[in-house]
Design a protein around this ligand. Structure first.
Ligand code: ADP
Length: 425
């Protein structure tokens, strides 16, 4: 699926960029043609002007003495390499004299520029069927038209320049298209990467969640089944079974709630859900609630809060959930008689909530993974404490949603320190 999407992205990218490139190359070529012809036309015009101005007009024969103008010579050859012919027409457009290639009987004197393929009788030097650019210039003397001067030059150099340009375009356009295709493929890969990652994460998450739900469900089913088929009248045994079903259902409920929580609170918090939260009073409240709880009776719990309030922008309930998760882990993984500390302080622009315990600690190899969903350092010890490996993922998600970050330090059998950093308002 991802491979196909990536190929499609690359294809569309190549097609779009390729069309732009081809249009661009077309415009470039068209501009080059106009440029080349423009230059040639200017040159032709200049030449014809020089000839018209310098040649003497023979009034009697109605001829222009072209032979003695600087650009021409005494016969064909002096027409030079640039001019193929020069012709003089009278005012009615009748050919009067010519130099260069012998014209056909029918030639016209339409003023202006023309591109034509020569259909003239060719001399030895000029190959047949050559493309020419021709200019027919009306010539005036004392403001009255005396005739038309027509000169032509071969388009060979223009054609050669354009052929070179065509060759360059022909080589560079496909090569650029190839590069665009490759870039499209790479960009497609980069664009698809986050989708690919989150898809894989989702797949893993669904697989893990179903796996985790399977064991409690089978525990409920087997206990219920046994209760149904058992002939025993022992009320106490029946109560124990119901008790087991109840416990497992409760922990499953917990798991489902955590999963829903993770799904619901993915991503950053919306600005409208942000409120000013006084972290100090929130933590004091949590400490008060824990003071009476059985979970901490066997532990030595201490609190260190600053004298002034520490305000952050966020969701008070979510932040409370994050601290509660860290504290309950500290309680779970610290043996009786151990010590758990909850601290709040500020560090430059950050408010830091610190939960320290001197419990069993986390092996170094597990530290990079403990924030992953369903990751448990030791399944057996978590199972005993009822954990599914979602508590720290939830903390991580909440902290990220508040634009904060999380850090952990831990040494096996010495204890762990978790720190939540939140930007101070
Ligand atoms: P669980 O619900 O299993 O506790 P968590 O995501 O909260 O899942 O924690 C992941 C793992 O990290 C736990 O399985 C536990 O082994 C380890 N852990 C978390 N907090 C502590 C702690 N304070 N001391 C020792 N181990 C801890």
């Amino acid at each position: 699926m991802f491979y196909r999407s990536r190929s499609n992205l690359a294809l569309w990218f190549t097609l779009t960029m390729g069309s732009i490139l081809v249009v661009f190359a077309g415009v470039l070529y068209y501009q080059a043609v106009l440029n080349e012809l423009g230059n040639l036309d200017r040159l032709l015009y200049k030449k014809s002007r020089v000839m018209a101005v310098n040649a003497k007009y023979d009034l009697r024969n109605k001829q222009l003495d072209l032979e003695n103008v600087p650009l021409l010579g005494s016969n064909v050859a002096p027409l030079g390499t640039e001019l193929v012919y020069a012709r003089w027409y009278d005012t009615k457009g009748q050919l009067v004299q010519f130099f260069g290639i012998i014209p056909r009987a029918q030639v016209t004197a339409i003023p202006g520029y023309q591109t034509l393929k020569t259909t003239l009788y060719s001399s030895k030097e000029i190959p047949p069927a050559i493309w020419l650019r021709q200019l027919t210039l009306p010539v005036y003397q004392n403001s009255s038209l005396i005739g038309y001067l027509q000169i032509a030059t071969p388009l060979v150099s223009v054609q050669n320049d354009l052929a070179r340009l065509r060759l360059v375009l022909l080589l560079t356009v496909p090569a650029t298209l190839g590069v665009i295709g490759l870039a499209g493929w790479c960009l497609g890969g980069i664009a698809m990467q986050p989708i690919h990652d989150s898809y894989e994460q989702l797949q893993r998450f669904t697989a893990d969640a179903s796996h985790e739900l399977r064991s409690p469900l089978s525990a409920i089913t087997s206990n219920a089944q046994y209760g149904l088929i058992s002939q025993s009248t022992d009320i106490e045994a029946q109560r124990q079974r119901f008790g087991k079903i109840f416990d497992v259902a409760k922990s499953m409920n917990n798991l489902v709630n955590n999963l829903l929580f993770l799904a619901r609170h993915a991503g950053r918090l919306s600005p409208e859900s942000l409120q000013e939260v006084n972290l100090k009073s929130e933590l004091v409240q949590i400490a008060d609630e824990y003071a009476t709880q059985e979970a901490v009776q066997h532990l030595n719990l201490t609190y260190t809060f600053p004298t002034t309030s520490v305000i952050v922008l966020g969701d008070a309930n979510l932040l409370e959930q994050a601290v509660v998760n860290l504290l309950s882990n500290a309680f779970k993984y610290t043996p009786a008689g151990g010590q758990v500390q909850l601290r709040l302080f500020t560090q430059s622009y950050w408010a830091v909530i610190e939960v320290i315990d001197n419990g069993i600690g986390i092996p170094e190899a597990d530290l990079p993974h403990i924030f992953e969903r369903f990751y448990r350092v030791d399944k057996k010890r978590s199972r005993k404490t009822g954990g599914y490996g979602l508590g720290l993922s939830i903390v991580q998600q909440i902290v990220s949603a508040h634009s904060g970050h999380l850090s952990v330090k831990s040494v096996v059998d010495k204890g762990s320190t978790f720190q939540i950093f939140l930007p101070i308002k």
